[in-house]
Design a protein around this ligand. Structure first.
Ligand SMILES: [Mg+2]
Length: 228
């Protein structure tokens, strides 16, 4: 059998982070008594996006951004609230949220019948552990490699060396990396010389200079691809 060991990315591969963010905003509204409408959510989402862009450009610290997005949202919406408290609720709700893509559970259950599945994720350990603890997909996995616990993360070669060293009997050619991110999952598999499968849900163009062994648009393509 090809690829008896499958290394799955978590966010935006198995877990729907877009849905998780929406749920977290809903929790903020519910717990603070603020109104929720699609228009208000769009406004919050825009504030959040703007600030993350500035953060990526090195303009703000993450701690500033996390509270500022709610401060900006309150200012633009004309609503009154406590941005610090809203952010606390949001972070807690995000940690508790484990919204799976509709096809993720079924696909992983069927693959786990004949293969060993592991999670490879760049994340804060406490947040990610809380999410897995509440997810029905967790029993499908033999182990979890969270970057914060490992001490380094994707796409570093050292991270993948650690992962392989901690999976009993793992040989590189037996492992398939599956993930949505070119910069962490696919680049990481390239750095570590591991076979990889790019989950390209939105049909982005294929980049040059990266080895992509397989490309799928949906997780449901995975079982038949592995049987080929
Ligand atoms: Mg991802």
């Amino acid at each position: 059998m090809r690829y008896p060991i499958l290394l799955f990315d978590a966010d935006n591969t198995l877990f729907d982070f877009v849905a998780a963010e929406r749920d977290a905003f809903l929790a903020v509204c519910r717990e603070t008594g603020l109104p929720f409408t699609e228009t208000l959510y769009d406004l919050y989402h825009r504030c959040n996006e703007e600030l993350w862009e500035d953060f990526n450009a090195g303009k703000y610290t993450k701690d500033f951004l996390l509270v500022e997005r709610f401060r900006r949202y309150l200012c633009r919406s004309g609503l009154t609230g406590d941005p610090e408290a809203m952010n606390q609720i949001h972070l807690r709700a995000l940690a508790e949220s484990a919204v799976l893509f509709p096809d993720a559970l079924k696909v992983c259950q069927s693959l786990a019948a004949h293969r060993r599945l592991y999670i490879i994720t760049n994340a804060v350990a406490s947040v990610q552990e809380a999410r897995f603890a509440s997810s029905p997909i967790t029993p499908c996995f033999q182990g979890f490699f969270i970057s914060e616990t490992v001490g380094c993360g994707k796409p570093e070669r050292a991270y993948f060396d650690y992962v392989l060293a901690h999976i009993p009997g793992a040989k590189p050619e037996d492992c398939l990396v599956i993930g949505d991110s070119l910069t962490s999952d696919i680049q990481g598999a390239n750095n570590a010389s591991l076979p990889c499968c790019w989950l390209n849900r939105s049909g982005k163009p294929r980049p040059e200079g990266l080895r992509i062994n397989y490309e799928i648009r949906s997780l449901t393509e995975l079982p038949s691809l592995l049987e080929e």
